[in-house]
Every structure is written in structure tokens, then in C-alpha cells.
Design a protein around this ligand. Sequence first.
Ligand code: AMP
Length: 213
Amino acid sequence: MVLFGPPGAGKGTQAQLLVERLKISHISSGDLFRHHLRAGTPLGLKAAEYMNRGVLVPDELTIDIALEKVMSMNAEEGFILDGFPRNRLQAGALEEALQTKARNLDKVVYIDVPEEELLRRLEGRFVCRKCQAPHSIPADRPADPELTCERCGGELYQRDDDRPEAVQQRIEVYKSETVPVLDFYRERGILADVSGVDTVEQIHKQVLEALGL
Ligand code: AMP
């Protein structure tokens, strides 16, 4: 399946809940790039130039690393894609790659959140360095150097691309390049809409319903 939605919709949070419940793999293209960046690989350093500006990393760098992960799955293994595909070309490349293994996406779950709410959320988003779990820290909360992850105790940090300038840019890129992917999946009859403005648990319930579970 694909978890689809704008930056800040809660795809990462919902992916984690699905991973725990369904015991399937989570493939996040953003996490793959950040992993490369931490390891200091040429790919990571190149990708960071784009990520820090809030624009898409070029397809020739993105499609290979995302599809390599997808294609390494055994036929009986389920997976959740998060952050990929982000344009029509990537959606087409994914479809072709899956077809070579006689596989198909079961569902694309679109988590819809209004823009003002996204801006508010991204401003207060902190991520665990160790397990990547997202956390929401209210903007008016005093700075606390001891902020740690609720799941694993790792250090929390704010992503460079969650700074206000980059956030606005990412939302514009989402609207112009990623939203057209919705039609691609609507035409294939596998798109399900879920409102992303509710409690994490309620959204999880809606996602499970959309998956027929
Ligand atoms: P994310 O963690 O999904 O918000 O992704 C962070 C950044 O990584 C994005 O703003 C892009 O610069 C880059 N990125 C992640 N996934 C993709 C993708 N499928 N295509 C192009 N760039 C991507």
C-alpha cells in the first residue's frame, strides 16, 4: 500500500501504527535519504541539497533507491510506501516495477489535512534521531535540551526542512507535483480518502477501514 498526503499529514505516525499491527515493512523515501545523509554517502549529500530547499530530489536519484527497497521484498511480504511516489513519473515507474513481479498495490490511502493545519504541525514537529518517530512539541513550550523520544529514549531534533521557509516551499511542491498522482490512482480505483484532522487513534481506525480491516 501507499500512504499518501501532504508533508505533516501524519503519514509517518500512521505508518508506524500499521507496522506494529500488521507486521509489514515501512519504506519511507525521506528516511532513506536521511539515512544516506547521516552515513555521508555521495547520494545523501546530493539529496540534501534539494531536501534543504524543500524541493523534490531528482527522479534519477529517487526512483532507484525507492524501487530497490520495494523489489527486495518477497512476494508474500507486505509493505507501506510513505513519501513515494511523489510525482506521476515515479507512480508509473513503481507500477511497472511491481508488474514485473506480478504484484499490485492494494490501496493508496490519502490522508487529507488543510494547509493551515499542516503549517501549524510542521512548525512543532520534532523527530527522533534513533527511530525516526515524529513528535509534536507546541511552539510556545520552553526550549528543553533534554527532549527525548517517547518510544526509544533517543534524542529529538527539528529537521532542516521543517523550518518555515522550506515548509511553505514543500507545500507548494506538493500541490503542483504530487497532487496529480491522486488522479493516477483514482483512475485505477484503489484510492481511499481519510480525514487527517482527528486523533491519531481515530485516523488509524479510518485507515484500517479503508484497507478493509
Ligand atoms: P519526507 O520525509 O517524506 O517529508 O521527505 C523529505 C524530503 O526528501 C522531501 O522534501 C524531498 O526533498 C525528498 N524526498 C522524499 N521522497 C521523495 C520522492 N519520492 N521524490 C523526490 N524527493 C523526495
